[in-house]
Design a protein. Structure first.
Length: 453
């Protein structure tokens, strides 16, 4: 991790030029070295959280056998986790604004660590569902904290790349959790493996608490705990920001795409294309490899090749996701050009899985960077929480509908085609609405916000 972040600091964070605006108050005193250290702490929080949560979900077959629960009951874990994370998203974002990044991150990772320890010793699955609800509350603090930390500590021209690094390590944690923890748990038991993961999270929380004040800079520390109006006044201010509401449509695109792809790709490979579950697991891992590569790559592409124009980068990704979904529906599906009778070449299939992950997961760095840049610094956390509501709404709604279309037709062909149509429609809506509400300036009122045009 440290080596990757060092390369990033040399190629991206140097030189660190500060805009002549009030943003300089947050960036004063931030050097290349301190930016790298901030990214290490932010990325570590993501790794600790996703390693444990996705690792537990990856061990669900063993947990299902241990408690004797049905597949539907096993699926309730994700529902309980996402329900709380969505319900408290805006409130959690506001707490990040008042507590500050370091305190919020350490609390979030510590809560996840404690919850995972309790998971490991729980005698009943019903108790674990309650713990999943609390775990979701803890995780709801992480994304706003990371967004605020990068907003306050990284120069505008480098933020999308920095956001991509942090989210990319989150993908790495998820990959390690789903690939390593279930394999080890099959030999050593899921409770012992989860205990080790929980201890790792608690140690990470302690390190963040100890070192954040040393690396974040005094200006960033002074922002924590600043006083402002009530929650209702914050929401009125943000909901009046039409640019933020238009950007929320991009959050829907991401939520719809990620839930459809991650929840149903393995089933598509086994039921429609006839591959074994083992191969489907490998293909799903390739999708996550694409996500790990895609998140920092699209951040750097946006910062460098697209001149920091977040809207343009997000729209490129939206239409690419629609095109790839169309390929899955028209070319790779049972009724497509490469139907199972002809055989889908494995290299082609794995390449498409990689590209699906590369594009879908490329959206969060640009999306959350854009949210931070069209809101004032003191509202970054709560605005990110509101952005998460859009994303998680897409997650909750899309996955069941994607599966319902399969139940009605017997294949995933129509599911992929409808996904392509929905993503195209939402992306086109952003094109039209952003002309009416051009994103050249937001509440931040700083030159960097021109990147949203």
């Amino acid at each position: 991790m440290c080596a990757s972040l060092y390369v990033y600091s040399v190629t991206v964070c140097l030189p660190l030029r500060l805009p002549v605006s009030r943003q300089s108050r947050y960036l004063s005193g931030i050097t290349m070295q301190s930016t790298t250290r901030v990214l290490i702490l932010l990325s570590s929080a993501f790794v600790a959280a996703t390693l444990n949560i996705q690792g537990f979900i990856g061990m669900m077959p063993l947990i299902q056998l241990d408690f004797g629960i049905s597949a539907a009951e096993a699926g309730l874990y994700t529902s309980f986790y996402f329900a709380s994370a969505t319900i408290v998203a805006v409130f959690a974002g506001r707490k990040v604004d008042t507590l500050g990044t370091g305190a919020s991150l350490s609390i979030a990772v510590a809560v996840i660590g404690v919850m995972m320890l309790l998971h490991a010793v729980s005698p009943a699955y019903l108790i674990i569902l309650g713990l999943a609800f609390v775990t979701g509350i803890g995780f709801s603090l992480i994304t706003p904290s990371v967004s605020k930390g990068i907003r306050d500590s990284v120069a505008p021209a480098k933020r999308a790349g920095a956001m991509g690094i942090a989210h990319g390590f989150g993908g790495l944690g998820a990959l390690l959790g789903t690939a390593v923890m279930p394999s080890v748990a099959a030999l050593a038991g899921w409770r012992g493996v989860l205990t080790v993961g929980a201890v790792f999270a608690l140690v990470t929380a302690l390190l963040i608490r100890v070192f954040w004040a040393r690396v974040a800079g005094p200006a960033v520390q002074q922002e924590a705990g600043s006083e402002r109006g009530a929650m209702l006044s914050d929401m009125r201010l943000l909901l009046a920001n039409r640019r933020l509401m238009v950007l929320g449509l991009v959050g829907l695109v991401f939520g719809v795409a990620i839930s459809s792809a991650t929840a149903h790709s393995a089933l598509f490979l086994t039921r429609d294309l006839g591959y074994t579950p083992a191969f489907a697991g490998i293909a799903l891992s390739i999708l996550y490899v694409g996500s790990i590569v895609g998140q920092p790559s699209w951040g750097l592409i946006n910062d460098r090749l697209l001149g920091g124009r977040r809207r343009r980068g997000l729209l490129v990704l939206g239409f690419l996701i629609a095109a790839i979904s169309l390929v899955f529906g028209l070319v790779l599906s049972p009724t497509g050009l490469l139907a199972p009778a002809a055989g889908v070449p494995v290299p082609v299939l794995l390449l498409m899985m990689f590209l699906l992950g590369f594009t879908i997961f490329g959206m969060p760095p640009l999306y959350f960077t854009a949210i931070g840049e069209i809101t004032a610094p003191e509202y970054t956390g709560v605005a990110t929480g509101l952005g998460l509501v859009f994303t998680r709404t897409g997650v909750v709604v899309a996955a069941p509908l994607f599966g319902l279309l399969y139940d009605l037709t017997g294949t995933y062909t129509l599911s992929w085609l409808v996904l392509s149509l929905v993503v195209t429609t939402l992306s086109a809506s952003v094109v039209v609405l952003s002309r009416r509400y051009p994103m050249e300036q937001g509440l931040a009122q700083e030159p960097a916000s021109e990147a949203l045009s």
